[in-house]
Design a protein around this ligand. Structure first.
Ligand code: CP
Length: 324
């Protein structure tokens, strides 16, 4: 694995999940990251991604440096040919090249601004790091995807599933703010690569990008969709068609104990942070059906498996260089 910026960077999902579960046992001491540095840049806040990825790097023997981009560092310019007379003091060309001398892997979190679909889909921040850095780049949640979260979700389902082909429902929920589509996009993408009966349910106007959901059935009646579900992934997202807009705050979509009763005693998932009694009711989050804590715990092993793959690729490339 050269980079981990999108799910298609995974060649063998099942093998990577198995490897992450082996790492979770914590039986092996890994030295592959010794003498290597992971640099993490956050353009947006984080609890889980920041700490689980830092922990993952350290479990592999890496040194880890973290910076809040923009507030701790200079504001970055991403436009080619810009006349830099605004508040942006440093161009990504220099910043990425300099960071590549300090870090063996650069990881970046950069949310969308949800104003301009085309601009967000261009993934300017992430792709600029990929373009101008000379070391591998990892996506810590970008404008359109959260592949580390999705891998942790796949690991959690793999641990908990009781049948070969579980029914998995991705269910929209209300939220006071307009949120990115990154998490549901990546979840929808990874589940299509697992053996599952997968259904998405959301109100009219909230269908995700059809290029991502492809042939996954989208049901606008939540109660109908939830029937016999083994897993329910609850998540808010803003409209894709009316790009970035919050069209509804309909509390009928809040995932409650009543909704849970419609399922096959489903395991309830959410990437966190979760707004209690808005997205998911207390009675569900505090029940044994909720697996959100286990899911967040698996973020460490997802990140560890990915960083390990990237470090292994670097060792392989170095060996080839040596043999040339
Ligand atoms: N799920 C997730 O990415 O959490 P953070 O935003 O806290 O990193």
């Amino acid at each position: 694995m050269k980079n981990y910026t999108e799910l298609s960077d995974i060649e063998d999902l099942q093998q990577l999940v198995t490897e992450a579960l082996e790492l979770k046992k914590g039986t092996s001491t890994l030295e592959i990251g010794k003498g290597k540095t992971l640099g993490m840049l956050f353009f947006n806040p984080s609890l889980r991604t920041r700490l689980s990825t830092e922990k993952a790097g350290k479990l592999l023997g890496m040194d880890v440096m973290v910076m809040n981009a923009g507030s701790d560092s200079w504001k970055l310019e991403f436009e080619d040919g810009a006349v830099m007379d605004s508040d942006k003091a440093e161009h990504i060309k220099e910043a990425a090249a300099v960071l590549s001398q300090y870090c063996d892997i650069i990881a970046v979190r950069a949310f969308p601004d949800l104003k301009d679909k085309e601009k967000d889909e261009a993934e300017t921040v992430l792709n600029s790091f990929k373009k101008y850095a000379s070391v591998p780049v990892v996506n810590l949640e970008s404008a359109t995807g959260h592949p580390l979260q999705a891998l942790a979700d796949a690991i959690t389902i793999s641990e908990l599933k009781k049948k070969d082909k579980p029914k998995i429902v991705l269910s929209w929920a209300p939220h006071p703010k307009a949120l990115p589509q990154s998490v549901p996009n990546s979840f929808a993408e990874i589940i299509q690569n697992l053996d599952a009966d997968f259904v998405i349910t959301n109100p009219e106007g909230y269908d995700l990008n059809p290029e991502i959901t492809k042939n996954v059935p989208v049901i606008h009646d939540q109660n109908e969709a939830l029937k016999d579900a083994d897993f329910v992934y609850v998540k808010n997202w803003s409209s894709y068609d009316n790009y970035g807009q919050k069209l509804s705050e309909d509390r009928k979509w809040t995932f409650s104990a009543e909704k849970l009763k419609l399922t096959n005693n489903a395991k309830v998932m959410h990437c966190l942070p979760v707004r209690r009694n808005m997205v998911i009711a207390d009675e569900v989050l505090d029940s044994e059906n909720s697996v959100v804590i286990q899911q967040a715990g698996n973020r460490t092993f997802a990140a560890q498996a990915v960083l390990k793959r990237i470090l292994e690729e670097k060792v392989k490339a170095k060996d080839l260089e040596g043999n040339a």
